[in-house]
Structures are given as structure tokens and as C-alpha cells.
Design a protein around this ligand. Structure first.
Ligand code: DGT
Ligand code: CA
Ligand code: CA
Ligand code: ZN
Length: 577
């Protein structure tokens, strides 16, 4: 199990204990444990495997929790969790996943109103029973209704990054078999979608039974939903389903094309086949003769399938039946940006505000990643929770950067700031301070529930400020957790283009903000996109790959991404802005 999975188990234990009204200290100790584990850069499995070390060396992890981690590592299960889960029905459990409804409030609704499921919760809100409870009100009730919609969706879809952890485990588990000739993930995972309904695994192997046995023995599998001659499906304890198909070599490419989808993309593929007297399915491309008989034309490799339809191979990220066929026909498929194209990272935090690593550690980590330039962008004073910087502390940080610059050869460190756009409009720091910065990131963190007019006005105001370089996470959404704020993106695009500003694609896998369609729209407006990690730790720099993936789905090339330029080229950009 990965650290993240173990942290999730601890988090769930804490939720269930709290729901049951257990001792608050016990609840807090599991929550602390979960956080410590999630923040750990080293894998728990590695620490546990080393005889000279003990899990209790991790701060916040006591002897009891260390034992539980060992149980999880060796068996994939935690008896305590199983016990707790037996006491609460899965329906009630779903209540805990409603954003804005913690375990305490959920328990109260359950006790006072007999609410036992998301559906019953919706009814209780709609009939305005919830607002009558102590500590609740009309606002809370509205908030719960919004959260319900998100919870219902989140229940069904997993964020790509979490699916990816399962995929890495799955592939390693399957690669142990000698009889496997080819192994590929298909479906929305391969297309790099931000959320995944289920995982689709494709295998070419001589021994189907062995493959299926191995597939069923993946740690964390809760049950086998179906097992047939070529298909098998399992469900993990997390609820995520995995579909397996075992196909012969001559069909592998066709199956990969078919099961990568999307469904809409495949509708067009089949249409093109028909026009050419061909038929495409998961087994191959077939010529349909006049007498109705079919002969195999292609299917071993995915490229053959597209070639048979007079198309070049199309990158999976583009297969959404948007523009990919028009591009492919004209020979205009974009050469999508790659992680290795990225030269700079222009949004990161340090211990000066809410980051976990010092300025020096962040700069050092960036250099080790081979970056050519970075911007240090801690929060401004309005973000008091993160001890945001006022002008004085900001200037002190900039002096520190001056000293650091002498030590770091070959890495350009920009003096930046993530400056809040105030609720009433305007920037959180005076213009004369912003004027001294090399790079000003403008963000909306507060007043996210304001009207469309208000929020749009605030962002337009920031775009008009001549010292602002870029708008960070422009829509504020958190995948599966928080809807974007109301903002008129068409106006934002127009203003950004007019004022020569850039827009951020925040690479944090919980944000991925802008989303793919917005990336494509920004490109049409000629707005340079900057993919940024918004790292709050040295490991946080790692999320760049998620942003790049999202940019690819938006059809962006290296030329569309400002931080894919060399420092020399990027520097010119700065002067123009
Ligand atoms: P997901 O799992 O909801 O995130 O999205 P996908 O795209 O992975 O969908 P999934 O797992 O249902 O199926 C994987 C691919 O297999 C899908 O993108 C296209 C293909 N496929 C599956 N079922 C059908 C079908 O009934 N008709 C067609 N044409 N294609 C299908
Ligand atoms: Ca799928
Ligand atoms: Ca599937
Ligand atoms: Zn930030």
C-alpha cells in the first residue's frame, strides 16, 4: 500500500470514530497520523522493511499506530476499520463525504432526523428540516445541497492522480508474470482525463487463466465482479473498478484503440471505416466484401488502425471527438507539449508563508530538477491564515533572494509574490511594492461566493494592473470538492489578450485549473499559458506532470506554454508584459 492509501485509511478511521462520538483525543491522533503519513516523502513500506529502523521514528506516529501501519502493509487490511465499518452502513458512510458536512454534523443529522443516505439527506434539506436543527441554518442547508451534488459525483469518479497510484501497483503486480507479452492501460486513464470512472487494463498473454488469477490477487481487491473467457472485472476496497481484457496479438492494437475511447471518438472512427468499406471493432479492422464476408486487414498495432482509415496516429489525450479528426486530415495535429519541454516553474511557496520548505531548499530542489528559472511566490498579507507577507517581510525575502542568487549558478530565481485580489477589488499590496517584483501572480482566495459580476470585475481589475503578470488558478475549482467560482471566462480571456497577460494552468492534481477546454480557448485567444506547480514543499514540484497532461488534453504545444521557453526567450516575454 502507498502512503496515501494508508493515510486515507487513518482518515477514514478518524471520521468513523468521530461519527460515533468517540474520544476527541483518539480522533485527533488518527487525523494527525494521517497528515504526517501523507506528508512523508519516504515510503512507509521502505521504513518498515529496514530492520534498523522503526515506524515510530515518524513524528506523530505512536506504537499503536505503527502496529496498524504494519498490519496494513502486510495484509492490506485493518481489523479496526473493518470493525468500525460493520457498525455503520455504507449509505450512512456516504454522508461523511459531503463537502461542508463533517462527521459531527453528519452524526447529528443521523441522530435527530434519522437521515441514513445521501438521498434522505437531500429530502431533509429540500423540506427545510435541516435549517431547524441547532447549529444549522438556511445557509448551511444550501451549502449541504451543493455539497451533495459534488459528493454524488465524487462517489462515482476517482481523481487521475489517485487512479495512477493504483495503476502503478497494478502494472508492477502484473509484470511479475512471464506469460504476458503486452500490457497497456486504456480508457479515460490513458486519455489523461482529470477523473476516472473505472480502470481498463489490456493484456496480450498466452495463459489467460494465470493472468486472471494474478489480476484477482492484487492487494486491495474487495471482490471479483465477473470473470469470463476474455474479460474480468474486480472492485477495490476504495470502490474503484478495474476491467481486464485479454486479447490475442493480432488484435492488441485494435483493442487498445477501441478501449482507449472515448466513445464519441470511436463513433467517428467507425463512420470513417464504413465510408471505406471497412469495419473496425476491438478485434481488428476488416474489409467487408460484396458477398458480406469479412477479411482481417489490420489490428496488431494501434497505428495500423488509424492508417487503414487514412489517418495518422492520434495522441490519446486528444481523442474526445473535438478537433482531432479535422487536424489529422489536414496534417495539423499539434505536437503536444511534454514534461521534458518545461524549463521553469513560476508559482511556489516557502516557510515564509504556508510552504514546508525554506527558500533555499525550494531553490535547491528546483535546480536538482534541472529547471532553468523559478519564481518564489509566497502569499500576500490578506491570507492571514498562511501568515501572508506584508511589504516589509516581502522585501526582506527579496534581499534573501539577492544573497541566494550569488550562490546558485545557472538557475534564475525571480522575486515574485502571489498577491490576493481583494474582496472589494484591487490588489492586496500597493503598486510601488508590486513594481519591484519580477513576477506578480494574482489570485482570488476570498469572497469566492460573490456574484458573477463581482468576481469577474475583480479579475478584470487585476488584469488591468500593469504590474500583474498572470492570474493563478483562474476558476478556483477543486476537483470533486468545490465548484469553480462564478466567473465569465470569455471576458477574462479577452482582457488577458488585450493586456498581454498570461494565465496559469495550476498543476496541482486537485486543481488542474484551467481545465482542458479553457486551455484550448486561451490558445485561440493567443494567451500564453504557464504551467505551475504551486508547490508548498520540495516534493510539490513533482506535480508538473499533471499540468502537462492537462495542457496536452487542451491541445497545447511547447510554443503555447510560456515556461517551456528558455530563460532567454522567457525574459523577453517579461519585458513585453
Ligand atoms: P470512464 O471509465 O467513465 O472514466 O471512461 P472510459 O472512457 O474509460 O469508459 P469505459 O471504461 O466505459 O470504456 C472504455 C472505452 O471502451 C471507452 O472509452 C470506449 C470503449 N467502449 C466501452 N463500451 C463501449 C460501448 O458500449 N460502445 C463503444 N462504441 N465503445 C465502448
Ligand atoms: Ca474506464
Ligand atoms: Ca471500463
Ligand atoms: Zn499558491
Amino acid at each position: 500500500m502507498t502512503n496515501r492509501e494508508i493515510a486515507a485509511v487513518f482518515e477514514q478511521v478518524a471520521d468513523l470514530l468521530e461519527f460515533q462520538g468517540a474520544n476527541p483525543f483518539r480522533v485527533r491522533s488518527y487525523r494527525n497520523g494521517a497528515r504526517k503519513i501523507a506528508d512523508l516523502s519516504e515510503s512507509l513500506a521502505t521504513i518498515a522493511a529496514e530492520p534498523s529502523r522503526s515506524l515510530t521514528e515518524i513524528e506523530g506516529v505512536g506504537k499503536a499506530q505503527a502496529e496498524k501501519i504494519e498490519q496494513l502493509l502486510s495484509t492490506g487490511r485493518l481489523p479496526l476499520l473493518d470493525e468500525l465499518l460493520e457498525q455503520v452502513s455504507p449509505q450512512v458512510l456516504a454522508l461523511l463525504r459531503v463537502p461542508g458536512l463533517g462527521p459531527k454534523k453528519a452524526a447529528l443529522l443521523h441522530r435527530e432526523l434519522g437521515v441514513n443516505s445521501l438521498e434522505e439527506l437531500r429530502k431533509a434539506c429540500q423540506s427545510q428540516q435541516v435549517r431547524g436543527l441547532k447549529g444549522f441554518g438556511a445557509k448551511t442547508e444550501e451549502g449541504i445541497l451543493k455539497g451533495l451534488t459534488i459528493a454524488e459525483q465524487a462517489d462515482r469518479r476517482t481523481r487521475w492522480v489517485e487512479a495512477d497510484e493504483v495503476v502503478q501497483r497494478l502494472l508492477e503486480h502484473m509484470r511479475a508474470l512471464d506469460c504476458i507479452a503486452q500490457l497497456e492501460m486504456a480508457g479515460s486513464y490513458r486519455r489523461g482525463c482529470e477523473t476516472i470512472g473505472d480502470l481498463d487494463l489490456l493484456v496480450e498473454a498466452s495463459d489467460v487463466a494465470t493472468v486472471m488469477d494474478q489480476f484477482g490477487s492484487l492487494p486491495g481487491v474487495a471482490d471479483v465482479i465477473a470473470r469470463g473467457e476474455t474479460k474480468m472485472s474486480t472492485r477495490l476496497e476504495s470502490g474503484l473498478q478495474i476491467d481486464l481484457r485479454v486479447v490475442p496479438g493480432e488484435s492488441f492494437g485494435a483493442a487498445l484503440q477501441y478501449f482507449t475511447g472515448s466513445k464519441d471518438h470511436n463513433v467517428v472512427v467507425r463512420g470513417r471505416a464504413k465510408q471505406r468499406g471497412l469495419k473496425v471493432n476491438e478485434w481488428g479492422v476488416y474489409r467487408v466484401e460484396d458477398d458480406g464476408s469479412e477479411s482481417y486487414v489490420a489490428g496488431r498495432a494501434e497505428g495500423e488502425v488509424y492508417r487503414a482509415l487514412d489517418l495518422p496516429w492520434i495522441p490519446p489525450e486528444l481523442r474526445e471527438a473535438r478537433q482531432e479528426f479535422a487536424w489529422a486530415e489536414q496534417g495539423d495535429l499539434p505536437v503536444l507539449v511534454q514534461l521534458t519541454d518545461i524549463r521553469g516553474d513560476l508559482h511556489m511557496h516557502t516557510t515564509a508563508t504556508d510552504g514546508k520548505a525554506s527558500l533555499r531548499e525550494m531553490v535547491d530542489a528546483a535546480q536538482q530538477r534541472g529547471l532553468e528559472y523559478v519564481a518564489i511566490t509566497d502569499h500576500s498579507q490578506r491570507v492571514s491564515m498562511a501568515r501572508g507577507l506584508d511589504a516589509k517581510r516581502l522585501r526582506a525575502q527579496w534581499s534573501e533572494i539577492d544573497r541566494l542568487r550569488e550562490e546558485f549558478d545557472g538557475l534564475v530565481v525571480l522575486k515574485g509574490i502571489e498577491c490576493d485580489i481583494l474582496e472589494k477589488g484591487g490588489m492586496d499590496l500597493p503598486d510601488d511594492v508590486l513594481a519591484e517584483a519580477d513576477w506578480v501572480v494574482a489570485s482570488v482566495h476570498y469572497g469566492q461566493k460573490q456574484s458573477r459580476e463581482q468576481i469577474t470585475e475583480r479579475i478584470l481589475g487585476a488584469l488591468e494592473n500593469s504590474y500583474v503578470s498572470i492570474i493563478a488558478h483562474p476558476t478556483g475549482r477543486l476537483i470533486n470538492r468545490r465548484e469553480p467560482y462564478e466567473v465569465d471566462m470569455e471576458q477574462v480571456f479577452a482582457a488577458a489578450a488585450r493586456h498581454g497577460k498570461m494565465l496559469e494552468l495550476n498543476a496541482n492534481p486537485a486543481r488542474l485549473d484551467l481545465h482542458d477546454i479553457h486551455c484550448a480557448a486561451a490558445k485561440r485567444h493567443g494567451i500564453p499559458i504557464v504551467i505551475s506547480t504551486d508547490a508548498h514543499s520540495t516534493e510539490g514540484l513533482e506535480v508538473m506532470r499533471h499540468g502537462v497532461q492537462q495542457a496536452r488534453r487542451g491541445g497545447l504545444t511547447a510554443a503555447d506554454v510560456a515556461n517551456a521557453r528558455s530563460w532567454k526567450a522567457f525574459e523577453k516575454y517579461l519585458r513585453r508584459a
